[in-house]
Design a protein around this ligand. Structure first.
Ligand code: RTP
Ligand code: MG
Length: 142
């Protein structure tokens, strides 16, 4: 088991529907700790840089419009196997295919409005945490 940090985003749909508290509680009750957190509205440039791996995909413009449509909550989660654990808590990208009880099954609606983001690998987690937070803004705790 490895103590890891991962980047989580509560997306504009879930923020707009007042689900911040339930989503944060879900992480904490699952044993993940929040070690950095902020609410921001992404600019187009920030959203493009964050999702740069998807530039050119057919869904990219829709993803940009969605991610800049309202405020998001960006947070760093810490815990044992936090990267994979967060992906399990989120459920499948398409909420219709997400396991019952997962965040996307509970709070997502369609693939383009799926409530949460989570880093998909250690390399992504390191890049994504550094994209939003200075190193000294991330608490050194588990
Ligand atoms: P995320 O990065 O947001 O955590 O989502 P993910 O890893 O589960 O999925 P990814 O492949 O990274 O896709 C990023 C976001 O793009 C939208 N998407 N739409 N076929 C489609 O229409 C499609 N595929 C991806 C989703 O909103 C997804 O969260
Ligand atoms: Mg992804």
């Amino acid at each position: 088991m490895a103590l890891e940090q991962t980047l989580s985003i509560i997306k504009p749909d879930a923020v707009g529907e007042n689900h911040i508290g339930e989503i944060v509680a879900h992480f904490e009750q699952a044993g993940l700790s929040i070690v950095a957190m902020k609410m921001i509205r992404l600019s187009r440039e920030q959203a493009e840089g964050f999702y740069a791996e998807h530039i050119g995909r057919p869904f990219f413009e829709g993803l940009m419009n969605f991610m800049t449509s309202g405020p998001v909550v960006v947070q760093v989660l810490s815990g044992e196997n936090a990267i994979q654990r967060n992906r399990e808590l989120m459920g499948a990208t398409d909420p219709a295919k997400a396991e019952p009880g997962t965040l996307r099954a509970r709070f997502g609606s369609i693939v383009s409005a799926n409530a949460v983001h989570g880093s998909d690998s250690p390399v992504s987690a390191a890049r994504e945490i550094a994209y939003f937070f200075d190193q000294d803004a991330v608490l050194l705790r588990n």
